[in-house]
Design a protein around this ligand. Structure first.
Ligand code: SAM
Length: 294
């Protein structure tokens, strides 16, 4: 076995132990290149206007039943879109379908204070801003300086003007602050995003990710107001990073609020109320849990 095979073998074993051999094989078959997908930035134009502009620019697309702003562009390369004025002017944002789900589940509203705890490069921050029509009070936190610069660039380009960006370790945020809603789109192994290239994921790495996820989730729950809602998500399908993190961290006053809707999205079995999107030809693997603090 060469080095690359050994690397992949470690992830395969983790998947087998979580889901059994047959299901793990199916997950593996979902690790394929996916079509380009994007979100029309409704801070700048309506979904309909975005579609017309894309058609005029010569692009064809398919709609997504659960999100009017999301489009699938089969046979288009990202570079082709990056060269368009639509992209340059921040009227569209290239984003995987699965990663559009957490802001939709959090459903930001006018006037709510919202913390996006680990925010760069800002796909979900800008989506939260768009969903609230720019009227939620969003704070976006990112630890890594280079990624923080990217976040600021994206916020400006997408016209997400009311977002306060903080370059900070979210674990050190002052707990005098509290938020109505929190998105913790946690750093993770990325086991859901694989697309056929060799994967460097083994149990030691997954354990390191899970420990950080647990610390970030504990912190998020302290920063969340009583009665507030948060969304925990990862782009991993490994149970250690998903439901085991919840089992290890959730105190009795925090309950899982079932995520409803999103019919047609492929799923893996997961803890009651949560969603684990299965990796397929269209979707990246992704985990989502909506949590309510009582
Ligand atoms: N939500 C982002 C988006 O949709 O564009 C993707 C977030 S990515 C999964 C996780 C991010 O968390 C990375 O940019 C990483 O640098 C950042 N991060 C990791 N640990 C952090 C910490 N302790 N505090 C703040 N950010 C952190």
């Amino acid at each position: 076995m060469d080095r690359e095979d050994q690397v992949n073998e470690a992830l395969k074993e983790l998947l087998c132990s979580d889901y059994g051999e047959a299901a793990a094989e199916k997950i593996w078959e979902g690790y394929v290149p996916r079509p380009v997908t994007l979100r029309v930035n409704t801070l700048k134009l309506s979904a309909e206007e975005g579609k017309s502009a894309l058609l005029e620019a010569g692009f064809s697309f398919e709609s997504v039943p659960w999100y009017a702003s999301a489009l699938i562009l089969r046979g288009t390369r990202e570079e082709e879109l990056r060269r368009t004025p639509l992209y340059e002017e921040g009227k569209i944002y290239l984003q995987s379908l699965s990663s559009m789900l957490p802001p939709l589940c959090l459903a930001p509203k006018t006037g709510e204070s919202i913390l996006d705890m680990t925010a760069a490069p800002g796909g979900k921050t800008t989506e939260l801003a768009a969903l609230s029509e720019g009227k939620a009070l969003i704070t976006a936190c990112e630890r890594d300086r280079t990624r923080f610069e990217r976040l600021k660039f994206n916020l400006a380009r997408q016209g997400a003007g009311r977002v306060t960006a903080l370059c900070a370790d979210a674990l050190t945020l002052d707990e005098h602050f509290s938020f109505d809603k929190i998105l913790l789109d946690a750093p993770c192994s990325g086991s859901g995003t694989a697309d056929g290239r060799p994967l460097r994921i083994d149990s030691a790495y997954v354990e390191r990710c899970a420990r950080l996820q647990e610390n970030l989730l504990k912190k998020a729950l302290r920063l969340l107001k009583k009665g507030g809602t948060m969304l925990y998500s990862t782009c991993s399908v490994l149970k250690r990073e998903d439901e085991q993190v919840l089992k290890n961290v959730l105190p009795p006053n925090v309950r899982i609020e079932p995520i409803e809707g999103f019919e047609g999205i492929p799923r893996l079995p997961s803890m009651e109320g949560t969603v684990c999107v299965a990796p397929t030809q269209l979707y990246e693997g992704f985990f989502l849990a909506k949590l309510k603090k009582e």
